[in-house]
Design a binder for this molecule. Structure first.
Ligand code: GLA
Length: 400
């Protein structure tokens, strides 16, 4: 058999090009292939951060079993920074972080966890600390030197800045610093980041204003300036955005409020289930050093986490609604469905899911497993029904 020179030449060129692409892959390629999981200081501690608290929280991620359940990132939110020095270098608060940020990162890494920090695309952070504007490349080098693995980048004090360009700029700066760093776009959904977040190398983007520790109810920050949200308000705002999520780029309905006391355990369980349905980043926001067993069991429910972390990366959809009752479905990699029966109402109700709403023919029989009771419920044909508590969910998998 004679192989023409042309074929050989094409083969060699293809090999070289492939090699070149692999060598030139950006440090941020292949980050967050499933929704990031971790802990962040803001929802519970706001500006009351310091190295001792952060390190003890990292200990708690390990001791509580959360690390085993998949939580990885320990993220310091706003207020770790106080000023810039004469060279423009960002200065961590020396009272709160006397050993510096690298020491905190080293401690977190020594536990096999990853380290996150927070800054802002504008001149100041939301708490009025120095922002990143004009210092993007300098900050990115600094973060890389500290061993930062995750950057949450907020949107306060950005005046006339263009959101897409600003986030593209910080991603380019992070990549040029040479370290793989997850970029969390915290723009609150104003400029529809789901339309451009993936293109600029964002790994997750907030879809709404801040979460509040309550089941339902939006509050305007100031007239016309929207909003802080309860769990259901966020779910409703994100419900139509499912097509924008996928491996490496996720809609972010904000960090978890589970265990912070504003909701009942039933509501916290629904909150966690719905976030898993939305393929949301699971960033706990409570005091992990001091959790009731009920809260621990919610945050470490491995069957619900497996729905969130399914490698196909489909965001779930609301497939049926009638007044206060809803059915949500998420297509899993193996072709099965994770399903939530959600009761938003104030009394217990019976809710059914019809196979047709899951994309299965009615005659199919499927095994059903309850992910909160950790129990196989048997084989069902055409539909499954269950009573659901007020503000509660029944979460199941349906496998034909
Ligand atoms: C904004 C963000 C919050 C938090 C605070 C910190 O409100 O949306 O998640 O980071 O800023 O100031």
């Amino acid at each position: 058999m004679r192989i023409s020179r042309c074929v050989v030449f094409t083969f060699i060129v293809t090999l070289l090009a492939g090699n070149l692409i692999a060598q030139n892959a950006l440090p941020s390629t292949n980050l967050a292939l499933t929704p990031p999981m971790g802990w962040n200081s803001w929802n519970k501690f706001a500006c009351n951060v310091n190295e001792q608290m952060i390190e003890s929280m990292a200990d708690a991620v390990v001791k509580s079993g959360m690390k085993d359940a998949g939580y990885q990132y320990v993220n310091i939110d706003d207020c770790w920074q106080v000023s810039r020095d004469a060279n423009g270098k960002i200065v961590p608060d020396p009272q709160l972080f006397p050993h510096g940020m690298k020491a905190v990162g080293d401690y977190i890494h020594s536990l096999g966890l990853k380290f996150g920090v927070y800054s802002d695309a504008g001149s100041k952070t939301c708490a009025g600390r120095p922002g990143g504007l004009g210092h993007e490349y300098q900050d990115a080098l600094q973060y890389a030197a500290w061993g930062v693995d995750y950057l949450k980048y907020d949107w306060c004090n950005t005046t006339t800045q263009d959101a897409k360009a600003s986030y593209a700029n910080i991603r380019a700066a992070l990549d040029s610093a040479g370290r793989p760093i997850v970029l969390s776009i915290c723009e609150w959904g104003t400029a529809k980041p789901w339309l451009w977040g993936n293109e600029v190398g964002g790994n997750l983007w907030r879809t709404t204003g801040d979460i509040q520790d309550r089941w339902q109810g939006r509050i305007e920050w100031k007239p016309g300036d929207c909003c802080s949200n309860g769990v259901l308000d966020i779910v409703d705002q994100e419900a139509e955005l499912y097509s924008y999520a996928g491996p490496g780029h996720w809609n972010d309905p904000d960090m978890l409020e589970i265990g912070n006391g504003g909701m009942t355990d039933t509501e916290d369980r629904s909150h966690f289930s719905l976030w898993a349905m939305l393929a949301a980043p699971l960033i706990a926001g409570n005091n992990l050093r001091d959790m009731r067993p009920e809260i621990h069991d919610i945050l470490t429910n491995k069957e619900v986490i497996a729905v969130d972390q399914d490698p196909a990366g489909h965001e779930g959809q609301r497939v049926w609604k009638n007044g206060d009752v809803e059915v949500w479905s998420k297509e899993m990699k193996d072709g099965s469905r994770a399903v939530i029966l959600l009761n938003r109402g104030s009394a217990q109700q019976e809710i059914s899911v019809n196979w047709e709403d899951l994309g299965y023919p009615t005659h199919v029989s499927a095994s059903v497993r309850d992910l909160w009771q950790h129990k196989d419920l048997g084989t069902f044909t055409g539909k499954f029904s269950s009573p659901v508590a007020s503000h509660g969910v029944v979460m199941i998998t349906v496998k034909p």
